[in-house]
Design a protein around this ligand. Structure first.
Ligand code: GLV
Ligand code: MN
Ligand code: MN
Ligand code: MN
Length: 411
């Protein structure tokens, strides 16, 4: 297989330039979905994509598509892409790498003066992180039909601001329909966000699927009362009960290896040091690569909540807000990634994605796979998230050559 190179220095420079938008003191990025900073990142990316000769379209949920035409306009595009939004304490690479690796593919096609039969298309998907507006992967989820457009436009953040209003405000409420998308194939490049590639000394993760997820909102109602006058046996303390629930989430995950369970968000009311907490709002995130085990985790959680209510008198409302079963990727796309890694002489291993990715939803309507690269100490969703120019080059080169296999070079 003939292999084609990308421009490592240009890719790295673009990553560093994009990282200035929302740069944090500790070297990360805070660019929450649909904020002014998200708009700035989108604007810069569109400028770069136009400079590379792409045609730009924005759909009704704010997804951006940048297309390099193929020689046969009747053929569906070979797609790639990821997201530009970040966690509140995010890094420089989660999501952004997948978008800018796509841009580097197009810039490299231009350098090599390669024409492809299929168009090449990069997507920036709206609100992948699910941090400001829950759940995650909204833009790709609307296009895949997992969510309706209206349901997503009506989501609100903790301040009650509507997603649809924010899209309008930043100028990204597009007109392109969210339905009817088709790809010949779709690949997403991403840092692994976990420790396995580094531990095994491999450069490339050939991603064979993504684990399933269940997200919940939880409300615990106890009784506010005086911290000094209420005897311990007469309290209905919502926070102590929430603490037991958090520990139960941890135990449930540990009992269902390799499942994960996390409480990442919590609000305590009235949050006053001498009043017993009366109301807690919190999130629960459960994940597992096997659906049966994810169901067992869900059942264990519900049973624990029933027991806690009986023991403590605290009322607990568990609202499931998101579920998707584990996603198997397409065998041909997986093979294209593996073959590209081999042809480029990169060490590689098969791996399952632990994080949520837009590719998981794209795989509903297109043959899909992903390319992973290592990140330092497996740390992500953290400002210190780190990777090297060589690792980015490797992931982008594998993406480029896998996409070329599917897009067919015009002789
Ligand atoms: C988001 O990045 C997630 O995987 O939860
Ligand atoms: Mn991501
Ligand atoms: Mn993320
Ligand atoms: Mn993610």
């Amino acid at each position: 297989m003939q292999v084609y190179t990308i421009n490592k220095a240009r890719l790295w420079q673009s990553l560093m330039d994009m990282a200035k938008i929302g740069a944090t003191d500790k070297g990360g990025c805070c660019r929450l979905a649909l904020t002014d900073l998200d708009k700035q990142a989108r604007d810069l990316y569109i400028q770069w994509a136009k400079d590379a000769g792409c045609d730009i379209k924005i759909d009704q949920v704010g997804n951006i598509r940048a297309t390099r035409p193929g020689t046969d306009s009747t053929l569906p595009p070979v797609g790639t892409g990821s997201h530009l939004d970040t966690q509140p304490t995010g890094g420089k690479f989660d999501g952004v790498f997948g978008v800018l690796a796509g841009l580097e593919v197009i810039r490299s096609l231009n350098d090599h003066q390669i024409k492809t039969r299929h168009p090449i298309e990069i997507s920036v998907w709206t609100n992948e992180e699910g941090s400001r507006f829950a759940p995650a992967m909204m833009g790709s989820g609307v296009v895949s039909g997992r969510f309706t457009l209206d349901e997503i436009l009506n989501k609100t953040d903790v301040e009650g601001i509507r997603l649809g209003d924010e899209l309008e405000r930043i100028g990204y409420a597009g007109t392109e329909p969210v339905t009817g998308r088709a790809y010949k194939a779709f690949f997403e490049t991403h840092i692994e966000q976990g420790p396995y590639l580094e531990a095994e000394g491999k450069m490339i993760g050939v991603v064979t699927g993504g684990q399933g997820q269940r997200w919940y909102d939880v409300e615990l109602i106890g009784q506010e009362s005086h911290a000094g006058t209420t005897p311990m046996h007469l309290r209905t303390d919502a926070l102590t009960c929430a603490s037991s629930l958090i520990l139960a989430v941890q135990s449930i995950a540990k009992a269902n290896k390799p499942g994960c369970g996390t409480v990442g968000f919590m609000q305590v009311l009235p949050n006053s040091r001498n009043t017993i907490p009366g109301k807690i709002t919190m999130s629960i995130d459960l994940r597992h690569p096997e659906d049966q085990a994810l169901t067992a985790m869900d059942e264990a959680l519900k049973a624990k909540i029933e027991a806690l209510e009986a023991d403590t008198g605290v009322k607990i409302a568990l609202t499931p807000i998101w579920y998707y079963a584990p996603i198997p990727f397409d065998p041909d796309c997986i093979a294209a990634v593996r073959e590209a890694a081999e042809a480029l002489d990169y060490s590689h291993m098969d791996i399952i994605a632990g994080a949520g990715h837009d590719a998981c939803y794209v795989s509903d309507f297109a043959p899909t796979s992903m390319v992973f690269t290592p990140c330092l100490n497996g740390i992500s969703h953290n400002e210190i998230e780190s990777t090297t120019a060589e690792e980015c080059e490797a992931g982008c080169a594998v993406l480029f050559n896998a996409m070329l296999t599917l897009a067919q070079i015009e002789a």
